[in-house]
Design a protein around this ligand. Sequence first.
Ligand code: A2P
Length: 264
Amino acid sequence: MTFSKVTSGTEDAVRVLDVTHWTDRLFSFSVTRPASFRFRSGEFIMLGLLDERDKPLLRAYSIASPSWDEKLSFYSIKVPDGPLTSRLQSIQENEYIIMRKKPVGTLVLDALTPGNKIYMIATGTGIAPFASLIRDPELYEKYEQVYLIHTCRNKSELAYGKDLVNRTKKDPLIGELALENLVYLSTTTREKSDVVGRATDLIQSGELFSLLSTSPFSPQQDRVMICGSVGMNKDMKLICEEFGLVEGANSQPGHYVVEKAFVG
Ligand code: A2P
């Protein structure tokens, strides 16, 4: 793929810098960041490849790197017959992919009203936007405590999140804040681990709040960001509403926000 083929007003060809395969279902990759590209932590963009007719085949990807980073990182599932990920999973360093330079999304700090504690609830690749947010100094200016909760099927699928949190706590810029204020809790549903069960069930039973030594969600103090499968998002929305939390948007900030993790 050449730059001339795809570079237009809204799309850029970006060079792949690294690719990591975490499991046979999950991989992450980084690309060069176009010079003028700005985004807010938690936003997503469209990216992908050219199809057989040289038409862009794009899907939504949350940006998983912090807004101050020189490169842009992404975390993806591999869908065996997914039109894009079946091909994207074999990208190599120095190859080019296409990116549309218009970041969007509701999983941003601007869509929440002020609070003390923030809970980030993710399943699978839904952790990607939080990989950006937990490295944003603004998060720690706005919240005293940050809780990152990640549910996956198996322990091996937690590797990306564990590595992310370890790196964040050692980061020269954000490490000190994260060490003090970021709490990470991982759970599995199909294999034994320290904490077993869906985040939704653990919230409803109250176990999550005991594990974190916190209190049930309160509209006065707590804010929630949700990113995962359609089912998890739906269930978490209902749970938030039951606790009296109101959904927020860019135009009208609220107590919680939701975004669908990319699949396909
Ligand atoms: P489960 O194993 O019980 O289906 P996936 O890899 O399919 O995207 O799933 C990621 C994780 O999300 C799995 O641990 C899965 O649990 C969990 N999950 C799926 N649906 C829901 C839901 N409605 N609420 C909470 N967690 C869910």
